[in-house]
Design a protein around this ligand. Structure first.
Ligand SMILES: *Cc1c(COP(=O)(O)O)cnc(C)c1O
Length: 391
């Protein structure tokens, strides 16, 4: 059987339609969008068409989209842009303990520069407490930055309610929606978010492209990346025309998928997968809220099994997944997200994230579950015979 890719929250395969447009632009469009000649104007048209497609997916207007090099840059832009554009050391920013490193690390840098950062805790299901937000929020808070959906657990925060709270206080709200956009519907006409980060490669576009949505009428931000006057002086640098055109196409495809049965198909594939493994093996525990969760994500622990050992064995069997272990996190610490949810380290080191995408089929899910269950049974029987596991 071909390889089974169950790691779509890390990155997704490029959609064939996206590949077509990206290669065609690379081959045929030599212009710089800032050039006045026809080659330049033609590249400009491509960028502007993509801007419309991205805006359409999230209910924004094209003038509110600033293209970046990805989700990381969009997150940095939002945080540093507000901190340096509107604030000064001593300024107050609220975020959470379960954000992506591209939020947590700029926050740490701002803290080192004298900004005051509050990091909201989450409960055992991965949700922030809205009361905590109200308690720390003041009218002079510069910015609230809270993710829409978590990449490790798929847990979705109540953005609507968060936005009601920040709006009432007149405080800017940014959300890292890299994981949610294209997977669940979101219309910015209905949700009072001021800034939102997107990344193309999480929705079948290419790596190295993303965008920051900046609501019209928002205050001027500091631009961490300045150069030529691109993106209305908000983000300098010659645009990644091919990547941006592909991003636009990817958003168009994502919109179509959202309007189809795809989200419910993914959720039922994911739930079938869980049923298949939990009916064959004991000691399986799901991490994160089951109700408010991305349709494609399943984070589970298998008691007595090392996640990393399993990851490597699965990889050799052709199944790609992620773990929350200390080794995988790169920092030497077990997943801060699962840690913030109060999950003990031994359970985190036994956790695996499965994240599905539109190309996954029921046959793949059945095969992956079969391989996984037999590996865990084998691993446990070996561990028991070596006497390394009690009970
Ligand atoms: C992947 C991801 C990012 C970073 O996006 P890049 O385009 O890879 O820089 C940011 N936030 C979340 C939640 C992500 O999953």
């Amino acid at each position: 059987m071909d390889k089974i890719y169950l790691d779509h929250n890390a990155t997704t395969p490029v959609a064939p339609e996206v590949l077509d447009i990206v290669t065609s632009v690379l081959q045929n469009q030599i212009g710089n969008p800032s050039s006045v000649h026809s080659a330049g104007r033609s590249a400009r048209v491509l960028v502007d068409e993509a801007r419309e497609q991205v805006a359409l997916l999230i209910g924004a207007s094209p003038s509110e989209i600033v293209f970046t090099s990805g989700g990381t840059e969009a997150n940095n832009f939002a945080l540093l842009g507000v901190a340096f554009g509107m604030g000064k050391p001593g300024g107050h920013i609220i975020t959470s303990q379960v954000e992506h490193p591209s939020i947590l690390n700029p926050c740490r840098q701002l803290e080192n520069l004298g900004f005051v950062i509050d990091r909201l805790k989450v409960d055992e299901r991965g949700h922030i407490d809205l009361q905590d937000l109200e308690d720390v929020l003041t009218e002079s808070t510069l910015l609230v930055s809270l993710q829409h959906a978590n990449s490790e657990t798929g847990v979705i925060q109540d953005l609507q309610k968060i936005a009601e709270i920040t709006k009432k206080k007149g405080v800017l709200l940014h959300t890292d929606a890299v994981q949610s956009v294209g997977k669940i519907p979101l219309c910015l006409q209905d949700v009072a978010v001021d800034m939102l980060s997107l990344s193309a490669h999480k929705l079948n576009g290419v790596k190295g492209v993303g965008a920051l949505y900046l609501r019209n009428g928002s205050p001027d931000l500091f631009s961490p990346q300045c150069g030529g006057g691109q993106e209305k002086k908000r983000r300098g640098g010659t645009e990644n025309v091919a990547g941006i055109a592909g991003f636009g196409k990817a958003c168009e495809l994502a919109k179509r998928r959202l309007e189809s049965q795809e989200p419910s198909r993914l959720a039922s594939l994911r739930d079938d997968f869980y049923q298949l493994i939990s009916s064959q093996i004991s000691g399986v525990e799901i991490f994160g809220d089951l109700e408010n969760r991305l349709p494609n994500t399943l984070n589970v622990g298998f008691s007595g099994v090392e996640g990393d050992t399993l990851l490597i064995a699965l990889d050799m069997a052709g199944v790609a997944v992620s773990t929350g272990s200390a080794c995988s996190s790169g920092s030497g610490l077990p997943s801060p997200v699962l840690t913030a949810m109060g999950i003990p380290h031994d359970k985190i080191n036994a956790s695996i994230r499965f994240s599905l995408g539109c190309s996954n089929t029921i046959e793949e899910i059945e095969q992956a579950a079969k391989v996984l269950a037999s590996m865990i049974l084998l691993n446990r029987s070996q561990a028991t015979s070596r006497g390394t596991i009690k009970n």
